[in-house]
Design a protein around this ligand. Structure first.
Ligand SMILES: *[C@@H]1O[C@H](CO)[C@@H](O)[C@H](O)[C@H]1NC(C)=O
Length: 200
């Protein structure tokens, strides 16, 4: 019953608004196309992700885009643009291995393809990371590791992550026998702040 209700809600949701149309509406102007000329290892260091969160930077860059912005190793993307993810790809990927993809979510047994978000097993579903208001600049990252073995996506430890959503890289890499260093990665920066002069 609950499922039926939520499906109805989704179908009805796009029909209209209750009351007058709001004066401000959320709209996204055009496509944000950034070009930064940093290598992946350099960008991960310059933006302070290495060594604070990751001991060794990925050698290569992951290509990635949202529906209205591309991700270019640290470019600033308005949070509104980060709602719809389009793809993540690793052009230098091998076809005879599987990969594990860490992002705000976890994908395992991912064969190389033009979109790594499809084709593998989803261990923890991806939720686009919306920064909370006033929490400064966030650096959401995606990291790709090569697997040595098949990973059971129904493993209890992985199931627990769906609830906690706290993914600890190093223990995960060891436990699931991934190649120890990430082969590719990318990230962007984003921030949600209040408009105008709000007096508290
Ligand atoms: C990769 O994983 C898929 C399932 O997602 C499996 O069918 C395939 O055999 C795996 N390939 C390798 C090289 O382990």
């Amino acid at each position: 019953m609950r499922l039926l209700l939520s499906i109805l809600f989704v179908v009805l949701g796009s029909c209209g608004v209750l009351g007058a149309l709001p004066h401000t509406c959320s709209c996204i102007p055009g496509f944000l196309n950034a070009k930064l000329k940093l290598s992946a290892p350099k960008a991960f260091r310059e933006f302070g992700i290495v060594p604070r969160f990751l001991p060794v930077p990925p050698k290569d860059k992951l290509n990635s885009a949202f529906m209205t912005a591309n991700v270019e190793l640290g470019n600033f993307i308005d949070p509104l643009r980060t709602v719809d993810t389009k793809y993540i790809a690793y052009p230098h990927g091998k076809s005879d291995v599987n990969y594990t993809l860490f992002l705000v979510g976890l994908y395992v047994n991912v064969p190389n393809s033009r979109n790594l978000l499809v084709g593998g097993d989803i261990a923890v579903p991806f939720i686009p990371p919306m920064p909370n208001i006033g929490t400064r600049i966030h650096r959401p990252a995606a990291l790709l590791y090569e697997q040595n073995d098949h990973i059971d996506p129904d493993d209890m430890e992985l199931m627990k992550l769906i609830k906690t959503r706290v993914i600890q890289l190093e223990p995960m890499v060891k436990k699931h026998n991934l190649k120890p260093e990430p082969v590719a990665g990318t990230f962007y920066t984003t921030e949600l702040s209040l408009c105008g002069n709000i007096i508290h």
